[in-house]
Design a protein around this ligand. Structure first.
Ligand code: NI
Length: 171
């Protein structure tokens, strides 16, 4: 297991459409381990493979309920109900924006052995899923945000009617 370098905004890897993961081998296992280690070390709640320079459709997420590994994930259902809240990204340190996301999503993915499964995510978990899956298509939260937060707002001085929730983890 190893900590990998997280690429930052400006790196081409963040703007590519990632390829499907075809092989469920030792290399994938190592990648998933390394991505989880790297995410926890950076105190993030999610990490996508392109953020460590690997252009494959692989994501790890942990919003506090345990590690979730998603290989070749797809959102197959989005709730009409939306949520509006703050988002950051380990590839854009020190920045946050206000992003609207579905309140609930249903995801189809494969596990590290290639076994397909479906899962549902709600609230902050759904936000993390949307954010990480966007990474696999070269989309960053700054492309879809309503607006960027100022430094003062990032510190916590945000009008109540502007941002719902106190979701300030970076991912
Ligand atoms: Ni991110």
């Amino acid at each position: 297991m190893a900590i990998r370098k997280i690429v930052k905004l400006g790196d081409d890897a963040l703007r590519k459409v990632c390829k499907k993961q075809e092989k469920f081998d030792l290399r994938l296992n190592v990648l998933l381990h390394d991505m989880a280690d790297t995410m926890y070390k950076a105190e993030g709640v999610g990490l996508a493979a392109p953020q460590v320079g690997i252009l494959r459709r692989v994501v790890v997420i942990d919003v506090g309920d345990g590690l979730v590994e998603l290989v070749n994930p797809e959102i197959i259902e989005r709730s009409e109900e939306i949520q509006c809240g703050r988002e950051g990204c380990l590839s854009l340190p020190g920045r946050q924006g206000v992003v609207t996301r579905p309140m609930r999503v249903k995801v189809r993915a494969q596990d590290r052995r290639g076994v397909p499964f479906e899962m549902e995510a709600e609230g902050f978990f759904a936000r993390a899923v949307c954010h990480e899956l966007d990474h696999l298509d070269g989309t960053l939260y700054i492309d879809v945000m309503e607006r960027e937060l100022s430094e003062e707002e990032i510190e916590g001085h945000i009008p109540e009617d502007d941002v719902e929730g106190e979701e300030d983890d970076e991912r």
